[in-house]
Design a protein around this ligand. Structure first.
Ligand SMILES: [Zn+2]
Length: 96
């Protein structure tokens, strides 16, 4: 009975190799850049999720700010806080 040789398949392009070392070589040579880009994509996705949540938070703060139950002082504090968050957000979006 013929024994089927175990092959090591590249998870990026499907190319098969007889030895894990050859596969590792291939991945390093051909897909390293792609792998990096993939990682960066995830990071960017997480970042924009965070930014969206922050924009939501600013919206909530601004909604609270116009509440009739707050004193002028409290409204001032909320205004400061949302301004600070907006500045941080603008800074992050600029550096992205
Ligand atoms: Zn490959």
């Amino acid at each position: 009975m013929e024994e089927k040789k175990k092959m090591y398949k590249c998870k990026y392009c499907g190319e098969e190799f007889e030895k894990p070392l050859l596969l590792a070589h291939h991945v390093r040579a051909k897909h390293k850049r792609a792998k990096k880009r993939e990682k960066k994509g995830v990071a960017v996705e997480k970042m924009s999720e965070q930014i969206n949540k922050t924009i939501e938070a600013i919206g909530i703060l601004k909604g609270l700010q116009v509440s009739p139950h707050l004193s002028e002082d409290e409204k001032g504090v909320l205004g400061d806080v949302s301004k600070r968050i907006e500045e941080l957000l603008a800074y992050i979006q600029k550096s992205k």
